[in-house]
Design a binder for this molecule. Structure first.
Ligand code: DC
Length: 235
């Protein structure tokens, strides 16, 4: 990581509020926002577009070698393009959500994406959210957070997200699919979901987005004061 760039790592299970909190936090800090889950989803989307069986690891790896990955900055958000295309909301479709854990468990896919994620410091200070940001992508950042919420609260949040996209969902169905994905993300051998060494764990079931972002901001301020550096505020 470049010495002059600050990375805030926000990890946690699905629907733990990472995206919304990270967006608000990035805005407050004046940092760029990076959603790494969107990158694994975009690779999954591309594989499905090409009719590749995601269980066919060799075919997925071959696709990884074939495609061209680029990044663009839009509204202080880093977006990944595959062969020049930004897939947009298609990466949130259930067919992608159902397969993304399989793609994210392939070490070669992770290797390529982690390499790109590290390169994003070229754009400036980052709030990066995912599953392995504090443990693998930027293990040296002093600013690591792990968000958690109860299964019920997470299912309710995800159900609301899906309904906003006009995708019908039942509370029980969503809860089950979240649990299945968490299990897959936690037991895989390549960079499983885990609390990074030195991460601050925040249980946010009863926190608003604003409150959660402010808790993180307070921690960052204290951590930075202790280290004698703080570059927030449009830095
Ligand atoms: O945060 P999300 O639900 O959009 O993530 C989609 C999938 O990608 C999820 O199953 C876990 C995986 N993922 C990962 O393995 N590593 C990351 N850094 C981010 C996401």
């Amino acid at each position: 990581m470049s010495e002059n760039v600050t990375v805030v790592a926000v990890d946690g299970p699905a629907a733990s509020g990472k995206s919304t909190v990270s967006r608000v936090l990035a805005k407050k800090l004046g940092y760029l926002y990076v959603d790494t889950g969107a990158m694994y989803r975009a690779i999954t989307w591309k594989a499905l577009e090409e009719n590749i069986d995601v269980d066919d690891t060799i075919a997925v790896i071959a696709m990884m070698h074939r495609i061209k990955i680029d990044f663009e900055l839009v509204d202080k958000q880093v977006r990944m393009l595959i062969d020049g295309v930004y897939p947009g909301s298609a990466i949130r479709e259930p067919r992608v959500t159902g397969k993304v854990s399989t793609i994210a468990a392939i070490p070669e896919v992770r290797q390529v994406l982690v390499h790109h994620q590290r390169s994003l410091t070229k754009f400036g200070n980052l709030v990066m959210e995912g599953r392995d940001i504090g443990s693998v992508v930027f293990p040296d950042t002093p600013h690591k957070f792990y968000l958690e919420a109860s299964p019920e609260v997470r299912a309710e949040r995800r159900k609301r997200d899906l309904e906003a996209m006009e995708i019908p969902a039942s509370q029980e169905g969503v809860k089950e699919s979240l649990q299945l994905r968490d299990r897959k993300d936690s037991v895989r051998s390549a960079s499983p979901l885990q609390i990074a060494l030195g991460a601050t764990v925040i249980e946010n079931s009863h926190l608003s987005i604003e409150e959660n972002a402010n808790v993180i901001l307070d921690h960052i301020r204290q951590q930075s004061l202790r280290r004698g550096s703080f570059s927030a505020g449009g830095a």
